[in-house]
Each structure stands twice: as C-alpha cells, then as structure tokens.
Design a protein around this ligand. Structure first.
Ligand code: DAH
Length: 358
C-alpha cells in the first residue's frame, strides 16, 4: 500500500512538472501505456490470492483514477493557456482603416448578351452554337449568297490559308451560318438564337475587326410576318426598357430572307445627346425577314410545308445605343478606367447566371 502511495505521489509530481503537452503525454504513456506501471500492476492483481485480490484492485483503481484526473486537468490547463496565447497574439485592431477590396466589373458586351438571352429566353428561344472558323458553304452558299454575288464583297472576309484541296476556311462574317448548322441537324420546328463573335476586315469608330452578333431563327408550319413584327417590337421594348418606343419596319434586301426589312426605333437627338423613344428621328438597329425558300431547301427543308423568320443584330451597336458608348473600338482596348465607368456590378441587371428576371 505504501508503495502505491509513493507511486501515486511520484507520478502526481511528474504530471505537475510536465512543461508542455508533449512531456505530459510521455508521463501518461509511462503510467497507462501498454507497458505502463499501472497497466503492469493491474496484471499483477490477477496473480494475487483471491482474498487479497479485491482490496488490491480497489486501491489500484483509486490511484488510477487520481492519476487520470490529474493528467486531464493538466492537459486542459495547457490547452487553455494555448488559447490565451493565441488570443494575445492574434488580437485584431478594429480601429485600423479597412483595406479597399478591388471589385471587378461586368463588361458591357457580356452584360448586353446576358440581357439579350434573358429576353429571348423568356420568349421561348433556346441558344444554338456554331464555330468561329467556318466554311464557304455555311457562311455564304447555303445562305443564298452564291459565288460572285456582290454581298460576298460587302463582307470583307478574313480567309485562312487554303487546305490541300484548295478550299479556304474563313472567320465567320456573321452569325447566320449558325441558322444553317442548326437546320441541318434536326427537322423543324426551330426557335433559336445564336450569339457570338464575328469578324470582318474593317476598323473605324463604328467597326472593329472582331465584333458580336445575335441571330434569331424561327421555322415551323405557320409562322408569318405578323409574328416577326410582334416578336421584334416586343424585343425593342424589353431591351430599351421604353414601353412605347416607336418601331418601324423598312423594306430592305438580304439574300437569305424574302421579304427583308430593317428595323428602326424612334429617337430624339438634341445637344449631342440621344434619347431612345419619342422625337421624330430613326435609328437602325437590326435586319430581318422571312427565311428565303432557297435557304430552307439548302438545309433539306420542304419550303412548301415550312416557313419562318430570321433576324440579326450587332451587339456592340445596341450596347452603344442603350448605354451611351460613343466609340466601338473602346470595347476592346482593355482599359480598366473605361470598364469601371461603363461596366456593371454583378447583379445590376438581369443575368442568365442568376436566372431570368421577372
Ligand atoms: N447576317 C446579316 C449581317 O451580318 C444580319 C441579318 C440580317 C441576319 C437579316 C438575319 C437576317 O438573320 O434575317 O449583316
């Protein structure tokens, strides 16, 4: 018994003397480890005479409990003081001025494309895609722009070096080839918009060699010019956010539509400022028409059974009109001061990433 008391006192002293968690753990192992003293003694109890066994077991368990409590208490003390040290070292000075957080801006082109998709998405259009590098057939021929047609010269095409068969690929000059690719893929009905980069060898205040277009296509058994007008008038109102904006359809020509029209919206110009709606001036914003029967036929669609409309618009142009941006080239100069002025904060206006705005 005495020897047990001594053992207890020695270990209590060792626990008290442990300077950190690591040395405390060593003490714990020397007592309770597989070869620890208490463990060894426990084994010894089994070897005692039955009448001694119970008393010895009780005494040993009592010591065991005391030591375990002492170790736990010391451990808790170390952990508490660790927290105090951290609280001391990691103290936050709430009186310091805040560091400014750099906030990105959404580019007006991205913003405008989001708005276009939100509007046409609500009208039931889905998004179709096509490649930037096109072939002559999809960009021109299938759209009823044959070889030697003056419209080909109008497009100032960027051609890529010719392949072994002499065929030259090109950078698409408009998004209209996506119509063709979509119609070739599946039979009507179709109701799609295509959105993306287009390229023409052109550069001045209203032209950049790369720009963006939105294309629309509806083909089914019954869609007529009235639907075309209704759809585009609705679009103009939604996009420019002017409910009574005057919309005018002016006869025009595109090889891939018949009849063709250009759409103008009413505006007022005064003192160098442009106001959408009201006034007696007109601004051209897009081209459209009823899909030419030859285009349908080029995609294997029976023009006797199916018909529809198409439209195309320049994203930069309508972004400039809505947001008062004077020079197209500035869209692509990557000037952060320009972006912080003309850009948008996330969540400012409808975004496809955030779902449709209601
Ligand atoms: N592709 C034409 C262009 O780039 C725009 C256009 C006009 C597209 C009329 C159409 C359309 O789908 O019907 O100038």
């Amino acid at each position: 018994m005495e020897d047990l008391d001594q053992l207890r006192n020695e270990f209590l002293a060792a626990v008290a003397g442990a300077e950190d968690l690591e040395s405390l753990e060593k003490v714990r192992v020397s007592v309770f480890g597989r070869k620890g003293l208490i463990t060894e003694r426990m084994k010894g109890v089994g070897a005692l005479a039955p009448e001694e066994r119970k008393a010895a077991g009780v005494a040993l368990n009592a010591v065991k409990q005391v030591l375990a409590d002492a170790i736990d208490a010391r451990k808790a003390a170390f952990e508490d003081s660790g927290l105090e040290v951290r609280l001391e070292n990691e103290r936050v000075d709430v009186t310091l001025p805040a560091r400014p957080i750099g906030e990105g801006r959404i580019h007006p082109i991205s913003q405008t494309m989001d708005e276009l998709l939100a509007i046409f998405g609500e009208m039931g259009f889905t998004l179709a895609e096509g490649p930037d590098i096109e072939d002559d057939f999809h960009n021109f021929t299938a759209l009823n722009i044959p070889e030697e047609h003056p419209a080909r010269q109008m497009h100032d095409t960027f051609y890529l070096p010719g392949g072994p068969d002499g065929a030259r690929k090109l950078l698409r000059t408009h998004t209209s080839p996506v119509q063709i690719r979509h119609m070739q893929k599946a039979p009507p009905p179709h109701r799609i918009v295509a959105l993306g980069r287009t390229y023409r060898c052109d550069s001045d205040i209203t032209h950049t060699p790369m720009f963006h277009q939105l294309e629309g296509l509806v083909v089914d058994g019954h869609t007529h010019m009235g639907h075309l007008k209704g759809c585009l008038i609705e679009f103009c109102r939604a996009y420019f956010e002017v409910d009574d904006v005057p919309v005018r359809f002016r006869p025009s020509f595109f090889p891939f539509t018949e009849p063709s029209a250009e759409v103008d919206i009413g505006c007022k110009r005064s003192g160098g400022r442009l106001k959408i709606g009201g006034g007696d001036d007109w601004l051209e914003i897009l081209g459209c028409g009823m899909v030419h029967p030859k285009v349908l036929a080029n995609c294997g669609i029976d023009a006797g059974k199916f018909q529809g409309f198409a439209f195309g618009l320049g994203v930069e142009r309508i972004a400039m009109l809505k947001y008062g941006i004077p020079d197209t080239r500035t869209f692509f100069e990557s000037d952060l001061r320009w972006l912080s002025h003309y850009g948008f904060a996330a969540g400012d206006v409808p975004s496809m990433t955030g779902g449709l705005a209601r």
